[in-house]
Design a protein around this ligand. Sequence first.
Ligand SMILES: Cc1cc2nc3c(=O)[nH]c(=O)nc-3n(C[C@H](O)[C@H](O)[C@H](O)COP(=O)(O)OP(=O)(O)OC[C@H]3O[C@@H](n4cnc5c(N)ncnc54)[C@H](O)[C@@H]3O)c2cc1C
Length: 411
Amino acid sequence: MNADTTQDMFYDIAIVGGGCVGGTLACALAQAGLLVAVIEAREPQRVWPAGSVDIRVFAITRASERIFRAIDCWDAIERGGVSPFRDMRVWDASGPGTIHFDCAELGEPTLGYIVEQRVIQAALNARMDMLPTLTRLCPAELGAFELDNDAMRITLVDGRVVHARLLVGADGAASRVRGMADIAVAVRDYQQEAVVAVVTTEQPHQETAWQRFLPSGPLAFLPLRDGRSSIVWSTTPQQAAELCALDTPEFLERLGEAFEHRLGRITAVEERARFPLRRMHATHYIAERLALVGDAAHVIHPLAGQGVNLGLLDAATLAEVVLDTRAAGRDYGLPGNLRRYERWRHGDNHAMQRAMDGFKDLFGSPARPVQWLRNAGLGLADRAGPVKQVLARHAMGLAGDLPKMARPSAA
Ligand SMILES: Cc1cc2nc3c(=O)[nH]c(=O)nc-3n(C[C@H](O)[C@H](O)[C@H](O)COP(=O)(O)OP(=O)(O)OC[C@H]3O[C@@H](n4cnc5c(N)ncnc54)[C@H](O)[C@@H]3O)c2cc1C
């Protein structure tokens, strides 16, 4: 590697984006002794008002819990506040079809946890600050990068230069790393937006994740630890705009009707926000001395709350591939060695995206025969124990070809 200026910094791995996925990867690599730089544009949120809830919450799978345990973050996340959910109830607005998942049936203590994004981020930031071989460059923004012999030369917007054997794009759906590397993406615009908010219901949420499929899209109620619920209401952009513009009493009324008042009246709502929904998949996850993880590589419909969970599996897998390659004395920046990561994760992520598309299209269809079939199918799946178990175990991250950090023995 050539040192061009006195400002130049040298690392094994440089990660652009220190969000949930980039932060997790950084910890996994740095705790194994690699020199890691995390380039993050946004200053972290360190404090927030007591009693407030982040508008962004994630349904975290058991596999993700294990990954956080493996990087020594889970205790801090638990201290920050997690809300276990033990039941999941899914039903169709156009008929009697319903399916119920219960953690006891699966022999597990929970199905997963609802966790605020800022709680995970704070735990990751604290862990990153403790690791001596990890440097957080923040605020710092990616300017450009180029191959420079056996390394990637990365220039930040403020002129600093970072050299690394591998550059990882963990910079989210609008990834500049992906764009600058000219990696193509396949996109499906769902023509939908998600309205998210925190609401108070008359009755307790019963540690249950609720989801009703409406013709315009799914409506989810996720249980929060303070007894309130976080909603994700996927619908047409027109209806989303309308819902956000409604005054509070009207919004509460519309939401209650859409949810069939399953938890009684909805009595309060906090700030409402809208997110456009689309599927995106990069054709490649790797190039010479470059890899993509998380939303930089794939964006999925939030109906099963899998987005960040898939990203965490990417992070755990890439860490495993890099560490195995290094242990074998080989160069982990070469495409031939990175390909194992791409092969491992691309197919799995694609399959999950297709499954979510299948659900979305099946439940979005107004055709009578399709409505009948899906209601019958839901009822059948609910009664067919083994089918239900397979579905649930995959969604919880308890089945499939998991990286070591996500396997039960790592917990
Ligand atoms: C409405 C909705 C609900 C969702 N619910 C769930 C759920 O329940 N469960 C779930 O698993 N997923 C859910 N998701 C998906 C989840 O939000 C994403 O999958 C997840 O946030 C992706 O994490 P990431 O770290 O890959 O990217 P991001 O969270 O986007 O992080 C990228 C980071 O990179 C930084 N960055 C970007 N560009 C640069 C640059 N040029 N230089 C330096 N830094 C840069 C950013 O500041 C940011 O910190 C939901 C999504 C939506 C829209």
